[in-house]
Design a protein. Structure first.
Length: 367
């Protein structure tokens, strides 16, 4: 059974009409299938899908990214990679079912594959914790990324999570530390790593596995520091202002590409990835192969430097500037207030002396 979003009501009605037309059994028994009417209605559906999906606002894209029928990491891993071998456990506490990790083949080359998995139905969603990883999940990924780096095996991650799990147990087992170490490990790799955001890319839970040489987004996926509902609740104390929050946060693939946060957008089939999962899987596979090949002639140091320069470049037009033409490091552009504070600190003895003289003069005048 197909699931439809609120803004897809007209499409739902038309598709139900097509399903009725395709049935050889009418109200009076067996009837002739009206192929001409089916073709006309299907063309109308395609036009309606085109009009709807070309004009989605940020909140509607968020709903598409969360769509129940949207392909999940488990599907992509099974479809794209050959001879996938699942690996489990963090060697400290246990295994985390919300993340799938193991080695597989693509383009006849070994890769480490990591995928945040939400689950397909109620039972698997509960088992997968709705894609919200716990510390043991991040530590499992850290362990395997280090193993891949040791054997010079590239890393591919599929991002799809509302965020890291915020439960008491997770916090007690060091959730923040696990996320930080996962980011550190991703950034320190000397093999290429590629991240594909296939649905939700929520907060540090996503960044922990998306600190990569190439960050790629599906057209209708999102990537943000907080959900629109959470942002609206904090800023306006009103979750109903999710649309305003989503627009302000610049969380869509187009916005993030324009800001230089991500490197590539993979177009989705008309109506979203869930309407042609095989096609989008093929496009993702092509993108992974293409991007991995772009690093084949780079040394391990060059791969590391590429990732470092990529992230240091982010935000350079919003307060950061290169310190020199040859140096990839960045220096912060001080504001006027910061310059005054720095000047006072550098000359604090002079200002202290002036202050004492002023106080002494003031006291002599009074007395």
């Amino acid at each position: 059974m197909k699931n439809y979003l609120e803004f897809e009501k007209e499409i739902k009605a038309l598709e139900e009409e097509v399903d009725g037309l395709k049935s050889p059994f009418g109200s009076e028994g067996i009837s002739e299938v009206d192929t001409k009417k089916i073709k006309t209605t299907q063309e109308e559906i395609n036009e309606k899908l085109k009009q709807t999906y070309q004009n989605l606002n940020s909140w509607q894209k968020t709903l598409v990214a969360r769509h129940e029928d949207r392909p999940k990491a488990n599907f992509y891993i099974k479809t794209i990679f050959n001879q996938f071998t699942l690996l489990s456990g963090d060697r400290y506490f246990g295994d985390d079912k919300s993340v799938i990790a193991g080695f597989g083949l693509i383009d006849n080359k070994s890769v480490l594959v990591i995928g945040q998995e939400k689950g397909e139905d109620l039972n698997t969603r509960i088992e997968r914790n709705f894609g919200m990883m716990r510390p043991e999940g991040y530590r499992k990924c850290i362990r395997l990324m280090k193993l891949a780096d040791r054997f010079q095996i590239p890393v591919v991650t599929f991002i799809d999570t509302p965020g890291a799990y915020p439960g008491i147990g997770a916090e007690q087992r060091g959730q923040a530390s696990a996320i930080a170490h996962s980011i550190e490990t991703s950034m320190s790799l000397t093999v290429p790593n590629i991240s594909i955001i296939i649905g939700e890319g929520g907060s540090g839970g996503a960044v922990a596995l998306a600190s990569s040489n190439k960050v790629i987004m599906l057209e209708n996926s999102i990537f943000s520091v907080i959900s629109p509902e959470g942002c609206a609740s904090i800023l306006w104390r009103d979750p109903s202002k999710s649309l305003q929050a989503a627009e302000a946060m610049k969380m869509t693939s187009k916005d993030l590409f324009n800001l230089g946060i991500i490197d590539e957008i993979i177009p989705e089939p008309l109506g979203g990835a869930h309407r042609d999962s095989e096609s989008i899987a093929a496009d993702i596979k092509h993108s992974i192969i293409k991007n991995l090949r772009s690093f084949e002639n780079l040394s391990r140091d060059e791969i590391y430097d590429h990732r470092k320069a990529k992230f240091l470049k982010i935000g350079r037009d919003q307060g950061f500037t290169k310190s020199s033409d040859t140096d990839i490091g960045l220096s912060y552009r001080e504001s006027n207030i910061q310059k005054i504070k720095s000047h006072i600190l550098q000359n604090k003895l002079i200002y202290l002396g002036i202050g004492l003289v002023f106080i002494a003069g003031l006291v002599s005048i009074i007395y």
